[in-house]
Structure formats: C-alpha cells, structure tokens
Write a protein that binds this ligand. Structure first.
Ligand SMILES: CC(=O)SCCNC(=O)CCNC(=O)[C@H](O)C(C)(C)COP(=O)(O)OP(=O)(O)OC[C@H]1O[C@@H](n2cnc3c(N)ncnc32)[C@H](O)[C@@H]1OP(=O)(O)O
Ligand SMILES: CC(C)C(=O)C(=O)O
Length: 523
C-alpha cells in the first residue's frame, strides 16, 4: 500500500539531516549523514529529507549517496523555487526508483515583500513553474508555503489550490517561525480543508517550529484537523528552538491513539533511544536531561512520594515505559528528598533483608549524608549500614562531637585544630597545633583519649566516583606492641581521619577493658 492510501496513517517525514543540520554550528559530512540516515531508515520513518543539493557539492553527494542506500524510506531533497535547485535535486537522486523533490517558497507578506522582494503573483508563478519542473523528474513532489502560519488565509488557500493543480502530491503548511498557537494552527488546516476545492488530491503536511514551545502541540492539533504528514527531527533539532520532535510526536500518537481516533505511525518505538543517542553524538548536540522521551531525566525519579508511587505501581508517575522506547529501565536518584520506601527498596536490591537493619535509624543517617553530599549512591548506603551494624555491636567509649580545623598554608598560618569528644559520659574539648591539619587533629585526640599510640599506616581513598565521593581513611596504630585498626568515612577527609583514629582508640579501650577484667579475675 502506498504511504498515501491509509487514512489513519500519519506519514513521518524526518528532516534531521536538513532542518536539523541547519541548527548545527558545523555541517555534517556525507558519512555522518549516511550513518544517521541508516538509523532513521531502521526507525521506520517514511520520508527522509536528506539535504539541499544546490547548497554545496558535499550536500549534493550526501543526497546522492543516501538516496541510493535507503531500504525503506523515501529519499527527498529540498529546492527553492529556482530552476537550478530543482535540477540539482533531480540529478542527485537520478536512478533511484522512488524519490521526492520538495520545493518551497515563502507566502507571508513579510517574506514576500521584504525578503523575496516580489509580488504575490510572481510567487505563485515561480511555485507553479518549479512544481511542474519537479514533476518531470518524479511523481512525488512536495510543495511548502514557507511561513504559512503568518500567511493571510485567502492567499494561502489560493497557493495550496494552485500547487495541487500544478502537480504537488504533498502540500506542506509550515509554521516556520513557531508563531501560532494550537487552536489557531488547527483552524488554518480546517480552513484549507473547507475552502480548497482540490485538497483531496494531495496529502496535507505540517512542519512546526518550536519558538514558543508549541511544535509538538501544533503538529498533533493539525492531524486532528486532517493533516496526514508530520515533519519532524530527532531530539527536536532544527533551526533556532528546533522543529517538532520526532520522538515526542510519535509517542504521543502511540500513547493517545484512542483520543486521536486510531491514528498511527510506522515508527519502531524501541529504536528511538539508540537513534536519539546516535544523532546526539554525531551532531555533537547533547540531549537536555529534561527532554521529553529521550532526556536522561525522562524516566528518573528523585522525590520520595514519586519513588514510593513508582515502587508500588510504575504507572502512578510513568505514562510510558523506558523499555518501550529502547531504554533499559528507569532511574531512582537517592537525595534528601527521598523517603524510607526508596531506601528500603534500594537495600533490598543490594540483597539486605528488611529485618537485618533498623530502617528509621539508617534513614536518619542517610538524610544527614544526603544533606551534605546531595546525591547518595548504593555504596554510600552500604557504608551507612556497616556503621550502623558496628555501632550496634560495640558500645563506643569515645565519640566525635565537633571538629574545627585551620589548615595552614603557604603564608605561614599554623595548622590548628580543636576537637570536642564524648569520653564516656563526659564531653571534653582540646586544641592543638600540628605539622598539618590531620596531625593537629590527631594531637587533640591523643590528649582527649589519653591513649598514646603510634600511627604506623594511614591510607585514604575515594569511596565512589566524582567530587562528592566519600573519603575513606584507614589507619593502623601501634599500642604497646599490638596493632589496632580504625576506619572513618565522611564527605570531609579531615573528619574521616579523625573518625579513623577514634575508631582505633575505641578498639584499644575495649582491649584495655578486657585486660582489666582478666586481671581482676586472676587476682
Ligand atoms: C525555512 C527554511 O528552513 S528554508 C531552508 C534554509 N536552508 C538553507 O538556507 C541552507 C542552504 N542554503 C544555501 O546553501 C544557500 O543559501 C543557497 C545555495 C540556497 C543560496 O545561496 P546564495 O545564492 O548565495 O543566496 P543567499 O543564501 O545569500 O540568499 C538567498 C536567495 O534566495 C532567495 N530565496 C530564498 N528562498 C527562496 C525560494 N524559496 N525560492 C526562490 N528564491 C528564494 C532569496 O530571496 C535570495 O535571493 P537574492 O539573492 O535574489 O536576494
Ligand atoms: C522549507 C520549509 C519547509 C521550512 O523548513 C520551514 O518553513 O521552516
């Protein structure tokens, strides 16, 4: 069946390689365009606008190469209403079984008068001549009334009627500057259907720009008013604020099929994610995280209420699945906005039984860490669990209360620390200088605990990746010939260092208690 024959099918005309490329600071090579074209072909788009052959030798070659390589999609080239442009299109696609020539001219007063500097009659005559010329190359000719959104409706109706009479099989109504609002744009399409007598002889297409963020809404409204082709770009690329985004419009049609009375596309939705990534990489245009459907945040949740909802039933906050567009799953970020349900789910995922830890206590520790770090990761939760377990197993005699450090530096400042420690039931404070901030802190701790041990090893490593990784410090100390180990974990490495030495001192204190009990027994 021809793509024009099923009244419910929406033809997807992809212009990533033409209008999308116009938005890039660098043009694409033939090889780059070919790679994208092959992905679009596999995605199931119906028409691929491959380039503007008159524009340069390179783009002529791109159109030529791609049009010979496509397996399913119809190749299309763009031409002004200028005879040499149309010839360039025809020549670039010569020998290909089915190809489309897309010729266009602006019809709004501002474009006709100020840019083209012609009369409306001149424009009509140029369009007629070039559509007829294009028909000598192919039966598939598209004509666009550039800036149709701002074109007086009477003139637009006459242009459309004339284009169809001249042989256009698709007539495109672009909202070139993204100016119209959905109801207004829908009314333009309805007006054309009501007033253009030969309208049933062509497919009506729309090409919406996103200057007011309306491109997808306008395209969807247009198909509800009778348009049957949507021009769009992967990732919403396109001049200025972009074109209608392919993934948005396709998924809206798929998801809201009933509302749209059975309209459909032939897009293979599962290929959307990889096509989006490929286009982003080749065009060197990152996809914004909040971009609908393909942004990294499109299937991510970081607030507790949403996470709880999604854990109970995904559909509470996900209207489509990431898998349906080819992503591997949703993402849950652990932040201070997360709740207990999320923390428990994460610990279950890591293999911890619910009764193996105290959820409320872990959650308190998690919140403190999240307020300091911003984002908490699986390995942070495991570390919190480790400390909770250890604190439950051991009654610690020394506990860090507060720590203040002045680190010194090149201008002669002396590294100084003050540390407040809970020692048994009392709280004690000490200040000290040192040969560095950690040394100053360690001098304070030595005085506060009264434990004179010798540091035999000190190692520090980042627990996790990035700037906000937890610093994990391990120390070994020699106390009266025995080696004791201590570990500290914090977002602040000075604090990790203090915690590690205090941890070792607690072990020494426990060993001393055991020794005292043993001596009492034997006395
Ligand atoms: C809305 C859109 O996206 S339209 C597509 C926009 N894409 C591009 O422009 C990318 C490719 N363009 C190009 O490579 C070049 O602009 C070319 C080859 C088309 C033309 O280059 P030049 O001949 O140097 O002209 P230049 O780009 O400076 O100006 C455009 C000319 O085309 C005319 N023109 C613009 N659109 C049309 C049209 N649809 N039909 C006929 N003439 C047109 C302009 O009035 C101007 O004519 P003038 O030289 O008589 O004043
Ligand atoms: C060439 C036409 C379709 C265009 O790109 C526009 O009007 O934005």
């Amino acid at each position: 069946m021809s793509i024009h024959q099923d009244p419910n099918k929406i033809i997807i005309f992809d212009t990533t390689l033409r209008d999308g490329e116009q938005a890039l600071p660098q043009s694409l090579s033939t090889q780059q365009k070919l790679q994208i074209a092959m992905a679009l072909d596999q995605l199931g788009v119906d028409v691929i606008e491959t380039g503007f052959p008159i524009s340069s030798e390179g783009d002529f070659q791109s159109v030529q190469t791609i049009s010979k390589s496509l397996k399913h999609a119809i190749p299309c080239g763009l031409a002004r209403c200028v005879p040499k442009d149309v010839d360039a299109c025809g020549n670039a696609m010569k020998g290909v079984d089915h190809f489309r020539i897309h010729t266009f001219i602006a019809t709004s007063d501002i474009h006709v008068q100020d840019k083209l500097k012609k009369s409306r009659d001149d424009i009509m005559a140029m369009a007629t001549a070039c559509i007829k010329q294009a028909r000598n190359y192919t039966d598939d000719v598209e004509f666009s009334c550039e800036d149709a959104g701002r074109t007086p409706i009477d003139y637009l109706c006459r242009m459309v009627e004339n284009a169809i009479k001249a042989g256009a099989t698709t007539v495109n109504i672009p909202d070139t500057v993204g100016y119209t609002l959905p109801e207004e744009f829908g009314a333009i399409i309805t007006n054309l259907y009501n007033r253009v007598p030969n309208i049933d002889k062509a497919v009506i297409s729309v090409h919406c720009h996103n200057d007011l963020g309306m491109a997808t809404a306008n395209s969807l409204t247009a198909i509800r008013h009778g348009a049957r082709q949507i021009e769009c770009c992967m990732n919403g690329l396109g001049e200025r604020a972009g074109n209608c985004s392919l993934e948005e419009v396709v998924m809206a049609i798929k998801l809201r099929e009933k509302f749209l009375n059975g309209l459909y596309t032939d897009i293979v939705a599962k290929n959307i994610a990889r096509t989006s990534t490929l286009v982003s990489k080749i065009c060197n245009e990152p996809v914004p995280p909040h971009k609908a459907i393909v942004g990294s945040n499109a299937f991510a949740h970081s607030s507790g209420i949403h996470q709880d909802g999604v854990l109970k039933n995904r559909e509470t906050y996900e209207i489509l699945t990431p898998e349906s567009v080819g992503f591997t799953g949703n993402t849950m970020h652990m932040t201070a906005r997360s709740g207990r349900h999320m923390i428990r789910a994460c610990l279950r995922n890591l293999g911890y039984e619910d009764d193996s830890y105290d959820l409320n206590e872990i959650y308190d520790r998690f919140l403190k860490l999240a307020d300091r770090k911003g984002q908490v990761f699986d390995y942070d939760l495991e570390a919190l669990l480790f400390f909770q377990k250890r604190d439950h197993e051991q009654e610690n005699y020394f506990k860090l209360d507060t720590i203040n450090v002045m680190s010194g530096g090149a201008h002669g400042a002396i590294p100084t620390a003050s540390v407040r420690l809970k020692v048994g039931k009392r709280t004690r404070t000490e200040s000290s200088i040192g040969n560095g901030p950690v040394d100053a802190v360690y001098n304070c701790i030595t005085r506060l605990t009264g434990i004179r041990c010798k540091l035999t090893s000190y190692t520090i490593k980042a627990n996790g990746a990035g700037m906000d990784a937890l610093g994990q410090v391990n120390v070994n100390v020699d106390y009266e010939g025995r080696i004791f180990h201590g570990m500290g974990l914090s977002t602040d490495v000075i604090e990790s260092s203090a915690l590690a030495l205090i941890d070792a001192c607690n072990s020494i204190e426990r060993a001393r208690e055991i020794e005292k009990k043993r001596e009492k027994k034997s006395a």
